[in-house]
Design a protein. Sequence first.
Length: 276
Amino acid sequence: MKRIAIQGEIGSFHDIAAHQYFEGEQIQIICCATFEQVFENIKRDPTVIGMLAIENTIAGSLLHNYDLLRMSGTTVVGEHKLHIQHSICCLPDDGWETVQEVHSHPVALMQCRDFLANHPGIKAVEAEDTAGSAQYIAEHGCKGWAAICHAEAARHYGLKVLQDSIEDNKHNFTRFLVVSSPHKADFLRPLEHTCKSSLVFSLPHDEGSLSKVLTILSFYSINLTKIQSLPIIGHEWEYMFYVDVTYDNLTRYRQAIDAIMPLTKELKILGEYKEN
């Protein structure tokens, strides 16, 4: 049985993503309050696998998770893209007439802004977790409270779904990364089946330094799918570049990495995996 550490509670989007990614396998979910705790679980027990959100098509990148990933010593072994759908739910005895406030994670509230604007009588309250809000309402019998979460979470905690698919944008997806101890990586994904890689590097503060790296990647037919820059604390105007690339030929990819190595500083391969 695989043990998967996630940020959030049972029924959260991380939980749903983990079950979809490991569909057909027996898994045990380890619920963590923070992403730091996810990596602490892997450090404490190298057999634990982590699942963490890295970007959303509406809210953008989770910048803090990039830093955690770089410093954790773990390896990315997979990715999963989840369609994010929000529902509003409450206790079985409550309804539209009795609900006075709705609790959820700030990002979920932001993604349901139009829905909330159409219900001005319901006060939006920020919470730590979508599924955690549903769990709290169910366990404490909070009459007049509602939660915005996935319908699966509502069903899990015995709540009534008042309305499904209340998100503003129906093309709302979150990309999750599957991470593990480097020693476990080869058992989770055969290297010969990989076609995507996540890299991080910094560059000298020279004119055209990033352009040179991108030109080399293009020469070796490496496709750049994402680039994210984060400032290096204490080094003004210097940045870490987090880059996702895809490739058809593992040998050409390796050659490209060797070619850009002298042009970069602190180049690190965060993981090589199969594109989802």
